[in-house]
Design a protein around this ligand. Sequence first.
Ligand SMILES: C[S@@+](CC[C@H](N)C(=O)[O-])C[C@H]1O[C@@H](n2cnc3c(N)ncnc32)[C@H](O)[C@@H]1O
Length: 274
Amino acid sequence: MNVKDLVMNNFRTEVNKRIANASKNEKLKNSALEFMENSIKSQYSYNFFWLGRPIIQYPQDVLAVQEIIWEKRPDVIIETGIAHGGSLILSASLLALLDLCEATENNTILDPKRPKRHVIGVDIDIRNHNRVAIENHPLSRRITMIEGSSTNEKIFKKVKAAVGDAGRVMVFLDSNHTHEHVLSELRLYAPLVAKDSYIVVFDTVVEDLSEKIVGDRPWGPGNNPKTALTEYLEQIDNTNIRAEDGSLLKLKIDHKIENKLLITVAKNGYLKRV
Ligand SMILES: C[S@@+](CC[C@H](N)C(=O)[O-])C[C@H]1O[C@@H](n2cnc3c(N)ncnc32)[C@H](O)[C@@H]1O
């Protein structure tokens, strides 16, 4: 092992120790929880932009998404829930950087007009002004938008056609947050995830919120992405569901990510295919 690797390994060991300590630090965890409650009340997640488009995410989750994309190097990312397109542009920008790094490593020429990696976004209602802004973004060549419900059979077929024979697929679920909808999404999209890659289920935080904070949304405590993923994980543990590549589908919650973030809308929602 060279000195550079040794230093990096030591650094990672220290990071892991800090994360493990944080997961037992009740004072820190309680202050994070208090921040989550207060920030949700003030609609904090609507305050951010990624390369010019509004992104409805917490900065901590954006950083975690960057880490898993860099580590797993997906060929394709499927996202349900486009809204203003910020998360689509985030994925597209990170995939563009992966293409750039790969071209640099391999000493090959990169043609930005013919991107290799791409992102597929599905939304039941792509507002015209959002569509136009996303289509006019410099990263738009990497983006395919599909309008319709993510759980509709015809829409899902279009997604699969857009994935084509891409090997490394990653999935982000951030559309309708009811139990029924997320469970259907998990049943459709989880089998597409490549081994060792991730499917991220956003807004599991709804389970921990009071009815008052949730308001008149169709989801709430007891009916949300967390309850859906709990049911789905039980189901795949007790049955032999196969992934698209023919091997057994097993997903594991990556608790290290939420223990690191502390502030996240996706506690238990970073699922790794093992
Ligand atoms: C929370 S926003 C997505 C935010 C976006 N991922 C971001 O980070 O900026 C949820 C989106 O899901 C869409 N949506 C709601 N029901 C849906 C469904 N059945 N299928 C697909 N999209 C849906 C809504 O139209 C809305 O744009």
